[in-house]
Design a protein around this ligand. Sequence first.
Ligand code: GLC
Ligand code: CA
Length: 517
Amino acid sequence: MQEWLKNAVFYEIYPQSFKDSNADGIGDFQGIIEKLDYIKDMGFTAIWMNPCFASPFYDAGYDVEDFYHVAPRYGTNEDLRRLFEEAHKRGIRVLLDLVPGHTAVTCKWFKESMKDEQNPYTNRYVWTNDLNTNQGEIRNLNGFIAGFSERLGACGVNYFTTQPALNYGFAKVTKSWQFEVNSPEATATRDELINVMRFWLGMGCDGFRVDMAAYLVKADDNEYTATIKLWQTIFRIIRPEFPEAVFVSEWGLAKQAIAAGFDMDFMLANSLSRYGDMCRCENSFFSGQSKVDITRWLEIYMENYRKTCEKGFICFISGNHDVKRAAYYLDDTRMRLMFAFIMSMPGVPFVYYGDEIGMRYIENLKSVEGGYHRTGARTPMQWNHSTNAGFSSASAEDLYIALDHSKDRPNVMAQQSEPDSLLNCVKELIRIRKENEPLQSEGEFVPVHINNQYPFVYLRKGNEKNILIAINPSEKTEECICSMETVKVLYHFHGEAVIEDNKLKVPPLSVSYIEVK
Ligand code: GLC
Ligand code: CA
């Protein structure tokens, strides 16, 4: 386990929308460099940046055209190297976004692969040998496209039809066009991926967030056995070369992702984790509606937590570029409770840019670069009261995605000068986490009162002290049995929780971090 992850707090940056330094309406590396002091001042220790590679942008850059060059809109490879250096000077690490499963249709590999004559890229993708696209369902493949290539065949895709699937082989070969995982064709793809990692890690990048990490080997079993094995091989090669590098997977099932060799995996709000019921749906538990059943989430979390303890981490996120922003579901007060929750859970917390000021999800925006419903969660960062909220000095029509137009849109500068702002609350919570070892990635997690009734209470156990977290998203005082004793209240918002007569009483809409014995 990487030492630096013990008290890491990540900030996710969608580079298009963070800060535009040259008035072309789109964010860039220089813009991010200009904001590193802000990121540091907030207490973040690392950045995950969404894909910044050359791309036709049919899926915001998750369709990579050239894995070895950044998209000119963001700057040059040299500028990215400078971003790594400037970040490192401030003690901040930078993870890039690695898309291992597919490329853009404009990628040179794919263009070669479409040709009729044999070449080194002929089998770089998952191709059938006829035009029959009705191949039935193949696990970890999102269908086939056909009718655009010189060669006869249909090509498997991973996500959009503009994202042809790279060939890492099939766990079970049942058709003549399928390759074994250990075939030279499949291992050539793997080796190229390792080269890509080496290239950026060698330049100073500190690791990768890995996109759709579970989707490499096709027709894999329910346990992802072959994909896990593939990642283990990759890590066996790359880790000794870059021992400090960190890899976080978009997998959504930590026990498998950590077994595959990732340092950490995201807690995603999907049907696998049931986490949506907690924070990310209408009437979620954190919104104060105790109508949802969170016991299933807890069960799944505890199973994954126990299986991954001491091997890797589960990452709680405030949101990301794929989902509606937290502020869509939670009011300002409950946003704070949510932040107090993710900042006191085991593993490594991630804050999505703008969530620290409660940026809104903007409904009904025209889709930009394959964003569709996600576009509203990707609007430009709101820095201050000046033109375009300080994001860019381009004219408003030239902005890559329209800004939140509401008059009362939140911004960084205003919140920095207001002691009780959400921004200052998040900053304080990060500071407290970094000062208290039990709250960090490795402190033990023990549920105290986690069921469908409020309050929501758990203990974080450290080497020297234990901290009780009591959160009450409801509008009345809630209590539960508790036989611990208060040593010191480390943090509270909206009134302190008190322990008396073996009962913990938690005021309405409050959170407390209490050192207990
Ligand atoms: C991941 C990304 C998402 C992208 C998809 C395809 O889920 O987070 O933004 O569209 O993979 O690469
Ligand atoms: Ca720019």
